[in-house]
Write a protein that binds this ligand. Structure first.
Ligand SMILES: Cc1ncc(COP(=O)(O)O)c(C=O)c1O
Length: 391
């Protein structure tokens, strides 16, 4: 036999060793990323809204999907024009559809930003501890990662941030506000100082913005002033639509124009666009849970502090607390009692997502039962109780 067919005939050579698959060298040794998805009674580990979409919203979503079902033989609007108009209306601040872009979750938005503005020979900078997907997406887009440190209280000092950026000159800077996993919200002055110092694009990741205290300013107010600023948001958190996979960004139309170069054609399905628009039309319904979650969060912070734990101030729907000599053992002890939280953040800390009152009661009971030997030194009953006392 002659020709290419002979060269690629299957089964002709030895079986390929799966360990020898030609993965990029820079990805060797990496494991797929993801929080454990365990089937336990109380799941407080991925910062979702614990309240399912209200019935009115679920019905609206069902009708919207039914309405597009008959047209699924056609590709969707690849510019998601109507959805972007709706998202601009939801965001307010005088934003228009041309200043908004949407994708499958804000993780995809971040990936598009790094594909367009990062890449080989360029670097992105973040202030850690922060959202671990920023360096991970940098890595898979071949963008170098520069890790700067937050202050002891997890804030960012504007002068120090500006000087770090002026020295490092990254192509992309990430600021997360409220920050995951610490819950820290940034004052606008920090964002302005970073935008003034940055030579490239500044991303303010506001995935948890709706949970911030009244009066906390959003970086959205700065979008008209800074053409290289991108503010990312998501419907996965306050909006109770994590399963729908909708994230979006507000930025100048010029910056969005560059993202169109890297986005896959028709990246956002007609079903996703319809679902998101239906949910936005009843925005008040899912957002009604935000006030309850904020109150539950503040209660959780007070309770943890009353127990003697160190707790970071939180403007989000989760709380970072510690500090444990062996946080994994504490995480496991809670899991053994059916409560899944997240082992993340600086060593010694754990993060709990705010759930329903019942879920938070289960968390408190489980934490109270964590063996004394695992609690921080200062909290050990034998350090507080007279010798020989028993409980
Ligand atoms: C800070 C931050 N940004 C972005 C995301 C990604 O959200 P999604 O891709 O669901 O929109 C998360 C999810 O946990 C997050 O914590």
């Amino acid at each position: 036999m002659t020709g290419a067919g002979a060269l690629i005939s299957p089964g002709a050579g030895p079986q390929a060793d799966p360990d020898e698959l030609p993965l990029r060298e820079d990805l060797a040794g990496l494991e797929p990323y993801g929080a454990p998805q365990l089937d336990v009674p109380v799941r407080l580990n991925t910062n979702e809204n614990p309240y399912p979409p209200p019935k009115r919203l679920a019905d609206a979503v069902t009708s919207a999907v039914a309405a597009v079902a008959g047209g699924l033989n056609r590709y969707p609007d690849r510019d998601a024009t109507a959805l972007r108009e709706d998202l601009a209306g939801y965001l307010g601040h005088g934003l228009t559809g041309a200043q908004v872009w949407a994708a499958n979750g804000s993780n995809e938005i971040i990936q598009q930003v790094l594909q367009a503005f990062g890449g080989p020979g360029r670097s992105a900078l973040g202030f850690e501890p922060s959202y671990s997907m920023h360096p991970l997406i940098a890595r898979v887009t071949c963008t170098g990662w520069l890790a700067a440190c937050r202050e002891e209280d997890f804030s960012i000092d504007p002068d120090r941030a500006a000087s770090i950026i002026q020295d490092a000159r990254p192509a992309v800077v990430f600021l997360t506000s409220p920050n995951n996993p610490t819950g820290t919200a940034l004052p606008l002055g920090v964002i302005e100082a970073v935008c003034d110092a940055a030579p490239g694009v500044v991303v303010v990741d506001e995935a948890y913005a709706e949970f911030a205290r009244e009066g906390t300013p959003s970086a959205l107010t700065l979008v008209p002033r800074y053409p290289r600023l991108a503010v990312t948001r998501t419907m996965s958190k306050a909006f109770a639509m994590a399963g729908a996979r909708v994230g979006y960004l507000a930025a100048s139309p010029e910056l969005i124009g560059k993202l169109l170069i890297v986005r896959l054609p028709y990246h956002l399905s007609a079903v996703t666009q319809a679902v998101a628009r239906a949910a936005l039309a009843c925005a008040a319904d899912p957002l009604a849970s935000v006030a309850a979650l904020r109150a539950e969060r503040d209660g959780c912070v007070s309770w943890l502090r009353a127990q003697g734990y160190t707790v970071a101030d939180s403007d989000a729907n989760f709380v970072l607390f510690g500090q444990f000599a062996d946080r994994h053992a504490v995480w496991q002890a809670l899991l053994d009692r059916g409560v899944l939280i997240r082992e993340t953040g600086p060593d010694g800390w754990l993060r709990v997502t705010i759930g329903t009152p019942e879920e938070m009661a289960a968390f408190r009971s489980a934490l109270a039962l964590v063996p004394d030997a695992l609690t921080p030194d200062a909290l050990r009953p034998d350090a507080l109780r007279p010798e020989g006392a028993n409980t």
